[in-house]
Write a protein that binds this ligand. Structure first.
Ligand code: PEP
Ligand code: MG
Length: 573
């Protein structure tokens, strides 16, 4: 068994087809007629642009607009006058062949992007290398590897897949993808997920182990890959694949169904997002709204702060797409461990206990907080936006943020700019302090959303990313459970909505307890929505009270977990 990175869920079992593009050998040649060589380059460029345009259109109709944007990104690179101008200059000034000029100029940019370190720039470097090779192949009259007409039941095996190659795959014939390079967030992996083809990437030494015609079994959820496995393994994975497909099909039944328990308790199942484009998936999986928009992603992968207008456009896009359904947007949760180089923040000695989120925002009202709050208010005219304040520990923080929002509302009134007058302002309950005084917060905040990722960390005094002490990091710990139950009770007592946007909201063992505690809203990654809706419909809140009481009676995490596991097994018969 080989282990790689899980890149796209599902089980693939099929016959290996190795797709290898022979490395191009680009040599430097002197050209006599540089003008003619420039024309040759322009011809190849034109052809590559036309092919890319076709791929983008094809993807837009076959897969979706968002996926087509990847190819549109290639179009942007190809039509960048800086890039094409430099290639033309290199041909004219150095009197070199077009292939060589493309090689040097594109490599220079790709290396520059790659050296910037962040993920977005890494992707841009891959994109640059992709268009480089495509232009060179066109010039050299070489066909690109054709992945559009592979035989049925193919597991595509490659060193690396370029986005353009992945985009050309016909998913009815390709049952899996395994590559030696790549990462979960590479464009190829994103496309594999959009095409719903199981994929494992970054399998070390893969190409030395597989040859054409081998039987390959891959699990895109765990990253496991088998080459010519024995019958026992193959049969086990066939059963796993059938189960996966059956469950997937079954879950589709829950699209358009209400999230209501057997005894008629209605809850909301909503999504966590990080970018406006993520709403496509929320709609696909029938999310009843957005329970957490982590706005810090708008501030990452760039060299300066997004302007108020840029933010306004992003928030408006989500609000409009969700068409009146609630969209909870969290104000910037940055600082401490989440670094943004252009903000010039000092490194905290204790990042998680430091200058972060609302603490930083209230200290940087003029350049950070006001533009964001103004953008949120303006965007609220286009949908059902709610504002959420992260990491509050004392009521003064909430009051100060609320006062600022009121001040900005007045400003907008004076200018005659529209916004949602009764916009709700709630808090994330994710610190031990906020939990302990949840009754005080509940009198003033419009809603709660429990951030169990941080609440567990702060309750247990355990760094959420520290593997050595991860045994302490559990939402099933009696202390954390009591905290959650208390927060929900305080919210319910005051008559405000209580949601949860930490990972625990979609944990199947946690859902029955949360229903029993009276949670109103469950927010999770879009792909977990239907699975959770199915669970909710299988329970009766009244019957769950006993289960919750029992779970709360244990002294240790292990006992709670064992009890809940046993309960789930009984439920699943
Ligand atoms: C949380 O803390 O539970 C949460 C949802 O926020 P984040 O993971 O972004 O800190
Ligand atoms: Mg948090």
């Amino acid at each position: 068994m080989y282990k790689g990175t899980n890149a796209s869920d599902g089980i693939g079992i099929g016959t290996a087809v190795i797709v290898e593009e022979a490395e191009l050998v680009i040599t430097r040649r002197e050209v006599g007629d540089a003008q003619a060589e420039v024309s040759r380059f322009k011809g190849a460029l034109e052809q590559t642009v036309a092919e890319t345009q076709k791929m983008a259109e094809d993807l837009a109709t076959r897969v979706g607009e968002k996926e087509a944007e990847i190819m549109q990104g290639h179009m942007m690179l190809l039509s960048d006058p800086m890039l094409t101008g430099e290639i033309e200059n290199s041909i004219s000034n150095d009197k070199v062949n077009a292939e060589f000029a493309i090689e040097t100029v594109c490599n220079m940019y790709a290396d520059m992007f790659a050296s910037m370190g962040d993920e977005l720039m890494q992707q841009r470097a891959t994109d640059m290398r992709d268009i480089k090779v495509r232009m060179q192949r066109t010039l050299m009259g070489l066909q690109s590897a054709d992945v559009s007409s592979l035989p049925a039941g193919t597991v595509l095996v490659a060193k690396d897949l370029t986005p353009s190659m992945t985009a050309g795959i016909n998913p009815t014939n390709v049952v899996g993808i395994v590559t030696e390079l790549g990462g979960r967030t590479s464009h190829s992996a994103i496309l594999a997920r959009a095409l719903e083809i199981p994929a494992v990437v970054a399998v070390n030494g893969l190409l030395e182990q597989v040859k054409d015609g081998d039987t390959v079994v891959l699990d895109g959820s765990t990253g496991e890959v088998y080459v010519n496995p024995d019958t026992e393994i193959k049969t086990a994975y066939e059963a796993k694949r059938d189960q996966f497909l059956k469950e997937k099909k079954e879950l589709e039944k829950y699209i358009g169904k209400p999230s209501v328990t057997k005894d008629g308790v209605q809850v909301e199942i909503v999504a966590n997002i990080g970018k406006p484009e993520d709403v496509d998936k929320v709609l696909q999986y029938d999310g009843e709204g957005v329970g957490l928009f982590r706005t810090e992603f708008l501030f990452m992968d760039r060299t300066s702060m997004p302007t108020e207008d840029e933010q306004f456009e992003a928030y408006k896009k989500v609000a409009a797409a969700m068409n009146g359904k609630p969209v909870i947007i969290r104000t910037l949760d940055i600082g401490g461990d989440k670094e943004i180089p252009y903000m010039g923040l000092e490194k905290d000695e204790n990042p998680f206990l430091g200058y972060r989120a609302i603490r930083l925002c209230l200290d940087r009202k003029e350049d950070i907080y006001k533009p964001q709050l103004r953008a949120l208010l303006r965007a609220s005219a286009f949908g059902n936006i709610r504002i959420m304040i992260p990491l509050v520990t004392c009521i003064e923080e909430y009051r100060e943020a609320k006062a600022l929002i009121e001040e900005l509302k007045k400003e907008l009134d004076e200018k005659g700019i529209a916004y949602k007058k009764d916009i709700q302002v709630g808090i994330m309950v994710e610190t031990a302090a906020a939990s302990l005084i949840a009754d005080i917060f509940a009198k003033e905040a419009d809603f709660f959303s429990i951030g169990t990722n941080d609440l567990t960390q702060y309750t247990m005094s355990v760094d959420r990313g520290n593997k050595k002490i991860s045994y302490l990091y559990s939402t099933f710990n009696p202390a954390v459970l009591r905290s959650i139950r208390h927060i929900i009770a305080c919210g319910r007592e005051a008559g405000i909505m209580v949601g949860m946007c930490g990972e625990a909201a979609s944990d199947p063992m946690m859902v029955p307890l949360l229903l029993a505690f009276g949670l109103n809203e469950f927010s999770m990654s879009a792909s977990a929505i239907l699975r959770t809706r199915k669970l909710v419909t299988e329970y009766s809140v009244s019957e769950l009270q006993e289960v919750a009481d029992k779970a709360m009676s244990f002294a240790t995490t292990a006992e709670v977990e064992a009890y809940m596991r046993e309960f789930m097994e009984k439920m699943n018969g």
